[in-house]
Write a protein that binds this ligand. Structure first.
Ligand SMILES: Cc1ncc(COP(=O)(O)O)c(C=O)c1O
Length: 458
């Protein structure tokens, strides 16, 4: 892959007189947007800004054609034969809620999740447990990777209605074997829902072949605009769900006393849709398709190997998840002994223009169960290059040098316990935040005070 050429497609990576190029290592939160996506969205507002599926004029016809074209493209992209199994949503959270709040639960029905789900795949089940009496089964996942699908069996044998798991973890980037999980779940007549947010940007998924019932993604993590995502299912499965929202666009017809819902997927897409966003999302997957996932994976894995080996011998930096970057190709998450994760993020941004994520990454349950306050996550995408790794390395080295270790685990780091597993947190090391902030080269005061507001954020 010609990374220099690729980088030129991303306006946010431009070096500008008022703002030097950032080292953007937060793509797991939100990826950057290439010019092709920006142009596709602008094209909608500029050239055919109509309501799809309602009016009959040429703008409306064009929007309708492009919106449904996007649906077909996403179905192909995700290996779904029938585009009518694809429901556009505002993101993965809405897609998961569509399943959770849409299935006809009976009191005592069980849903199986892991011990490290994003809040988007946790809170909805907690609410259903409180309001509808469902039961939540928790599957522990090993921090070092090496998932043993056999571990599903006892829970499945007790009778589970839905298995709802991450495909790739947003904590550390490791993936679960979704084919095997699906097969085992189906053998016990359980449905499967995968949160594909962190997988779909990085690998080809072939949902029909895998037999996955429901797959949720957010397109803003794969070059698309914010507020775009989808649920990829089949029309048969979708028919079992009660729509979350009803109103305009969801009905064939209505009288003052009743209505007839449209067939899936349209019954789930209430109100005027995010046409520009969906058209932009389509451009995003076309861009990814042209690059190819082999190239994408190779690029980010090479960078992850480089940074992982740069710090392999550093006792104060502890990597989260499997030690081998091969098993977590897009994420390098770590804790630093004696340094608060949010301080580290501000230090890197202020001193080195390195943008990483810090905190609990919307997986509070995992951190709180371990008494941890969070960690730092650098996430790679194909537009990152070796200079990004070199800058991150330099920033981390300076931080480690200027902020002495306490000799024991810090606010977000641990020094004891097995590799890849952060030890329990201690109370914040006095002055570590101030020390981190003071140590940053003087690049203005923009970042001061941000650490506190980011603590624990999702
Ligand atoms: C694993 C995972 N699930 C769900 C979400 C939520 O996605 P969205 O913001 O599209 O609702 C995210 C986003 O951070 C995520 O990483």
């Amino acid at each position: 892959m010609n990374v220099s050429a690729v980088r030129r497609d991303f306006p946010a990576l431009e070096d500008r007189p008022d703002r030097p190029a950032p080292v953007y290592l937060d793509s797991a939160c939100m990826s950057l947007v290439p010019r092709a996506v920006l142009e596709a969205m602008e094209g909608y507002y500029r050239d055919y800004p109509g309501c799809g599926g309602r009016s009959l004029h040429r703008f409306a016809e064009e929007v309708g054609r492009r919106f449904e074209g996007a649906r077909e493209a996403f179905a192909r992209f995700l290996g779904r034969a029938d585009p009518n199994g694809v429901v556009f949503t505002r993101g993965a959270t809405e897609a998961i809620n569509l399943v959770g709040q849409g299935l006809p639960w009976k009191k005592g029905d069980r849903v199986l999740i892991s011990d490290r789900e994003h809040n988007s795949n946790l809170i909805v089940w907690q609410r259903l447990a409180a309001e509808r009496g469902i039961r939540i089964e928790i599957l522990p996942v090993a921090d070092e990777g090496g998932f043993d699908a056999e571990a599903l069996e006892p829970a499945l044998a007790r009778g589970v209605r839905l298995v709802s798991l991450f495909h790739t973890s947003n904590l550390d980037g490791h993936s679960l074997p979704i084919r095997e999980i699906t097969e085992r779940a189906h053998a016990h007549r359980a449905l499967v829902l995968f949160d594909g947010c962190q997988a779909a940007p990085h690998e080809r998924v072939d949902l029909d072949r895998l037999g996955v019932d429901f797959y949720a993604i957010s397109v803003h993590k794969m070059l698309g605009p914010t507020g775009t995502g989808l649920l990829a299912s089949t029309p048969e499965r979708l028919r079992e769900l009660r729509p979350l929202l009803v109103g305009g666009e969801t009905v064939e017809r209505s009288t003052l006393s009743g209505h007839v819902l449209r067939a899936p997927p349209h019954r789930f897409e209430a109100g005027l849709q995010n046409y520009a966003g969906v058209i932009g999302a389509h451009a995003a997957i076309e861009y990814l398709g042209e690059l190819g996932f082999d190239e994408i994976r190779a690029q980010q894995l090479a960078l992850n190997r480089e940074i992982s080996s740069a710090f392999a011998g550093e006792p104060r930096l502890r990597v989260l998840g499997p030690p081998d970057p091969e098993e977590r190709p897009s994420i390098f998450a770590f804790s630093l002994e004696g340094i608060d994760a949010n301080d580290a993020a501000v230090f890197l941004d202020e001193g080195y223009r390195v943008m990483v994520r810090s905190g609990m990454h919307c997986v509070h349950s995992w951190y709180l169960a371990r008494g941890l306050e969070g960690n730092v996550r650098a996430s790679f995408y194909f537009y990152n290059d070796r200079r990004d790794v070199a800058t991150l390395t330099a920033g981390l080295r300076e931080m480690l040098e200027r902020i002495p270790g306490s000799g024991v685990s810090g606010t977000s780091a641990g020094t004891s316990g097995p590799p890849g597993r952060p030890a329990r947190a201690r109370p914040p090391a006095a002055g570590s935040r101030a020390a981190a902030a003071r140590s940053a080269p003087p690049r203005g005061r923009a970042g001061r005070g941000r650490a506190a507001s980011a603590t624990g954020s999702g």
